[in-house]
Design a protein around this ligand. Structure first.
Ligand code: AMP
Ligand code: GLY
Length: 418
């Protein structure tokens, strides 16, 4: 029998991976946490190893007999989980075949259509002629244009009229990879968005608390899409009847499909949903934890996830339920000036105070000769915890106020009005 791992290696460098490291470092079963390539915030609780590519991750995990948890989508889409499993490493994250649900929006749409999973109506566009035809046949505006391939949350645009549509095509044609996989031209769905994440072994699944992301850069719905500017969990307005509909119409058919096709899917499945007047509709599937959703969901989990992640990685049973703490979590992202189009990096980052009952997860930070500096678009995620949303929110924003970063962009309306 395989030895039970006592170490865990988290792959990734963002706030989501920092939250995973933070959770796993508290496990009484875990002797050591490694992070690759990690970030300075994780260094307090994990051993950081530089990014030596997939073979270095495989070698390290094998040597340390570690469980590997893969945070971001790119290594999943590139087959890192397959390479790890082929080397006998217990791994949380689907193989390349499962990762296609996120890496190709056209594939995900085709699966949804085959299974009758409710989603926005759409057509695939692969040429300028298709685009003109799609514009001519559009009965209502706005529409949503989505690059089919991975685009770091930036490949989706709301398009309000034919001129904007033509300008967008011209813009995307300047970057050939934007069009590589084609574009989905999709009906715009009004409603409220929610992120549902489940742990799955590819046959069974277990809900984690639902969360709400704030995808736009500002409170203006016409502002650019980002990777996510803040989140909250749980979702008080998502009732049991709606959760049952999400199970019956979306999660059960998809997991059944994964099982029937024998797709090796062991990890987290994320459904980005629009809750409309006529029920839930899928906007996208992701094949990993959301970021910033992970930063609010993990602190609400009242039990040690490590043994469950080991079980799922081994293809064993999923938990029947996960114990959740009462109360609320609110995450507020501190982003660089210029994010998402062209983030200004290399600026000093000051953390003047650590607020009690708040967590601070690093993302785009690095350690320069004089201290912490910004390295990416999303720099830090402050998470407030509390008995209710008001106290969680107050703590998150107090932590944000204690951060110094010139030109920082922060939304002031995360979890407002709850
Ligand atoms: P996606 O990456 O597909 O989740 O899209 C990014 C964001 O664009 C979503 O979180 C929504 O805010 C918005 N969006 C995507 N598809 C639609 C749609 N069909 N109707 C309305 N908004 C959408
Ligand atoms: N916050 C959305 C995502 O992780 O894709």
């Amino acid at each position: 029998m395989r030895k039970r791992p006592k170490k865990v290696l988290v792959v990734g460098a963002g706030a989501r991976e920092h939250a995973l490291v933070w959770h796993l470092a508290q496990s009484p079963e875990v002797e050591e946490v490694w992070a690759c390539p990690g970030n300075p915030g994780m260094a307090e609780m994990a051993r950081i190893v530089g990014d030596g590519g997939p073979s270095a991750v495989v070698d390290l995990a094998r040597r340390e007999e570690a469980l590997v948890v893969i945070g971001p989508e790119n290594p999943l889409a590139e087959g890192l989980a397959d390479a790890l499993r082929a080397a006998g490493v217990l791994t949380v994250g689907p193989g390349r075949a499962g990762a296609k649900l996120e890496a190709s929006k056209r594939f995900a749409k085709a699966v949804m259509q085959e299974l009758g999973i409710p989603t926005a109506a759409s057509t695939a566009v692969t040429s300028p002629e298709d685009w003109e035809r799609a514009i001519a046949e559009t009965p209502h505006w706005p529409m949503v244009a989505k690059q089919s391939g991975l685009a770091q949350g930036k490949g989706v645009r709301i398009v309000w009229d034919p001129d904007q549509a033509r300008a967008l095509l011209a813009e995307w044609r300047r970057t050939p990879e934007a069009l590589g996989e084609g574009i989905l031209w999709e009906e715009y769905l009004p409603g409220r968005e929610v992120s549902v994440q489940v742990l799955t072994n590819g046959r069974e699944y277990t809900w984690l608390p639902a969360a709400v992301d704030h995808k736009r850069l500002t409170s203006d719905p016409a502002s650019p899409n980002t990777g996510g500017m803040g989140a909250y969990a749980p979702v008080p307005w998502l009732d049991e009847a709606m959760k049952a509909a999400i199970d019956a119409e979306i999660l059960q058919p998809l997991i059944q499909y994964i099982a029937q096709r024998q797709i090796d899917y062991r990890g987290v499945l994320y459904a980005g949903l629009m809750i409309t007047d006529t029920g839930p509709r899928v906007l996208e599937f992701n094949v990993r934890f959301g970021d910033p959703e992970a930063e609010v969901v993990l602190p609400l989990i009242a039990e040690d996830l490590f043994p469950w992640l080991v079980a799922i990685a081994a293809g064993e049973a999923c938990p029947s339920a996960i114990r959740i703490r009462p109360g609320a979590a609110v995450a507020v992202v501190v982003a660089s000036e210029g994010y998402p189009a062209s983030p200004q990096v290399g600026r000093p980052v000051a953390i003047r105070e650590r607020v009690p009952d708040a967590l601070l997860f690093h993302a785009g930070t690095s350690l320069g000769p004089k201290g912490l500096i910004s390295r990416g678009g999303r720099v830090l995620t402050a998470v407030g915890l509390g008995q209710d949303f008001a106290s969680a929110r107050e703590r998150a924003y107090r932590q944000v106020a204690a951060i110094g970063l010139e030109g920082a962009q922060v939304r002031s309306d995360i979890a407002s009005g709850l």
